[in-house]
Ligand binder design. Structure first.
Ligand code: NAD
Ligand SMILES: O=C(O)C(=O)C[C@@H](O)[C@H](O)[C@H](O)COP(=O)(O)O
Ligand code: ZN
Length: 355
């Protein structure tokens, strides 16, 4: 069992759920929970729940199942869960476990951070995206209208427990979506890692256990290291948002997955950097090559560029009415810029739209 442990992020990585209880004992030495509530979605319930429950030693275990998909990150589902917590008398000595992908993780994290002003939460991520990104760092959230995560908190899980074997039941398309966030780490932090992703693409796409371990451990370490330095996104953490200002603009409007949106969003950022000559064409081509290897989209269709731009104006990184963009400036390096002209941003969005 691999372990990443620092001030805010504790992550255990294994190839089964068997040592979950050991992780619980190690992290919670002085405490015993009076009840455990596992919240999951319908697909994860079918593919993972029984295996996971077999690994927990607890007197009282409750289960709550939400519909799968982004629509569940809503005030309505949040309210239903809150009512259930009250009904079963969940207390400040109870713990909620988020078993699932980023949707379950973000929603359940938000529930735990607000129920009785905050009770413990443990993240057990079951998608690639959640294992490399959303289960670490404590961003929780739900959506409102077209705005992603506009309601939420920073609230660290007690720990994250990752079983890479759970990725074997994940639909292929969801696995590819997770690769967008994996690739992101290469372009913001570790250019060498991209070579690994290129050279080992066949084994990665076959979900070879050794490759999964390597990728999850690498990405989780980078994320934990960044969050450790800037938990509340005052500065450095903003680089984890690479591709998201543009990406969140298209995600809800086009009804595409988060990973697909991030891939398109990173492409827009790369196009802008190329136009402004922050990077060379060779580097732009490298980005396109990596995305193509993992069958990730680079363009969107069906909506006006102005509408995308309207959504971008509500991005959480913005201040003083200026859009903050995370842009590539060199190999494995990005910078945050707030002085890019609106007309240029809109032009770049248009260039990434399929006619
Ligand atoms: N908090 C953060 O730091 C952060 C980071 C990145 C993304 N996010 C959020 O994460 C969400 C996307 O997460 P996601 O891509 O994991 O989507 P998801 O949670 O919707 O999961 C994708 C699909 O896979 C199914 N699934 C999950 N695990 C499975 C398994 N092991 N076997 C079979 N099916 C399984 C789910 O039921 C769902 O249908 C977005 O809302 C995004 O905003 C948050
Ligand atoms: O952890 C972070 O910080 C990130 O930005 C990770 C992103 O991959 C993630 O999608 C995050 O939820 C986006 O945050 P938001 O603040 O733009 O809603
Ligand atoms: Zn993301």
């Amino acid at each position: 069992m691999e372990k990443i442990k620092n001030r805010v992020c504790k992550v255990f990585i294994d190839n089964s759920y068997k040592s979950f209880n050991i992780a619980l004992e190690k992290t919670n030495i002085n405490d015993v929970y009076d009840a455990v509530l596992i919240i999951t979605d319908q697909n994860v319930y079918n593919s993972q729940l029984n295996k996971f429950v077999a690994s927990i030693k607890a007197k009282t275990i409750y289960e709550y199942i939400i519909p799968h998909g982004e629509e569940s990150k809503s005030l309505e589902v949040y309210e239903e869960i809150m009512k259930y917590c009250i009904k079963i008398n969940l207390s400040r000595k109870s713990v909620i476990i988020a078993l699932g992908g980023g949707v379950v993780g973000d929603l359940v994290g938000f529930v735990a951070s607000t129920y009785m002003r905050g009770i413990d939460v443990i993240q057990v991520p079951t998608t690639l995206l959640a294992q490399v990104d959303s289960s670490i760092g404590g961003k929780t959230g739900i959506n409102l209208g077209n705005l992603k995560n506009i309601i939420g908190t920073f609230y660290q899980p007690k720990f994250t427990y990752t079983n890479v074997e759970s990725l074997k039941t994940l639909p292929y398309k969801e696995f590819l979506g997770g690769m967008a966030e994996v690739i992101k780490y290469g372009f913001i932090y570790d250019y060498e890692f991209l070579n690994y992703l290129v050279e080992n693409s066949e084994n990665i796409l076959d979900r070879d256990t050794e490759c999964l371990f390597y990728i999850v451990e690498k990405c989780a370490s980078i994320k934990a290291h960044i969050v450790e330095q800037d938990e509340n996104e005052g500065g450095l953490r903003k680089i984890l948002n690479f591709g998201h200002t543009f990406g969140h603009g298209v995600e809800k409007l086009c009804g595409i997955s988060h990973g697909e949106a991030v891939s398109i969003g990173m492409h827009m950022a790369f196009k802008l950097s190329l136009k402004e000559e922050f990077i060379e064409e060779k580097y732009y081509n490298k980005f396109v090559e990596v995305c193509k290897l993992y069958d990730l989209p680079l363009t969107f269709e069906g909506i006006d560029e102005e509408k995308v731009f309207e959504v971008m104006k509500n991005d959480k990184k913005n201040s003083f009415s200026k859009i903050n963009l995370v842009l590539p400036v060199g190999l494995g390096r990005v910078e945050i810029m707030n002085n890019i002209k609106e007309t240029l941003i809109i032009d770049i969005i248009k260039r990434c739209k399929n006619a």
